[in-house]
Design a protein around this ligand. Sequence first.
Ligand SMILES: *Cc1c(COP(=O)(O)O)cnc(C)c1O
Length: 228
Amino acid sequence: MSTIADNLSALAARIDSAAKAAGRDPASIQLLAVSKTKPADAVREAHAAGVRDVGENYLQEALAKQEELRDLPLTWHFIGPIQSNKTRAIAEHFDWVHSVDRLKIAQRLSEQRPADLAPLNVCLQVNVSGEDSKSGCLPADVPALASAIASLPGLRLRGLMAIPEPTEDRGAQEAAFAALRQLQEDLGLGLDTLSMGMSHDLEAAIAQGATWVRIGTALFGARDYGHA
Ligand SMILES: *Cc1c(COP(=O)(O)O)cnc(C)c1O
């Protein structure tokens, strides 16, 4: 049975070879460990193996794990859908939010970010596959939303995020990630972050410029209950 440490070294090797294939410095790609549905002990094990950034989708679950892991120097990222009534707790308890997809949520996060903390790092989530069911703003709305978010004092807009429709086809994976990268370049805002790539498509994401890959299954194993 593979341990989290084994999985992490296998992931480091995948990231390394994908970066080299793309002519990129592997150090320009960071791993976000996505621990939804996994216990705090699994995150503790990941930390011992070298993980420092943790992504969570569900607020109550995340807050409980943060409490249990208070002794560890972890950076917490919120990556799930955001309801208005959750923004205050997210603004208070996270360093990054990857899943901002509308202005009202961005405004609330900015207003509610405690003054004694650095501005909250945010990514604008974009629906690059055009699926109705997925969160994310429309590609056409990215320029206006990005410039509005960039002007909010409690936030620091870092870049764009996407969860493309799952496919095993490498060309289709790369096309979706390339679309996100192009949107970011077209903004001309000098943003430094592309949050894209998961367990099954991190190579394609790295080929297209990912700076965060968000990895759950390949690090912690399959999620056997609850949320997809
Ligand atoms: C669950 C999740 C991931 C990780 O997915 P895996 O396929 O398990 O690596 C990444 N990003 C988001 C937004 C997620 O919800």
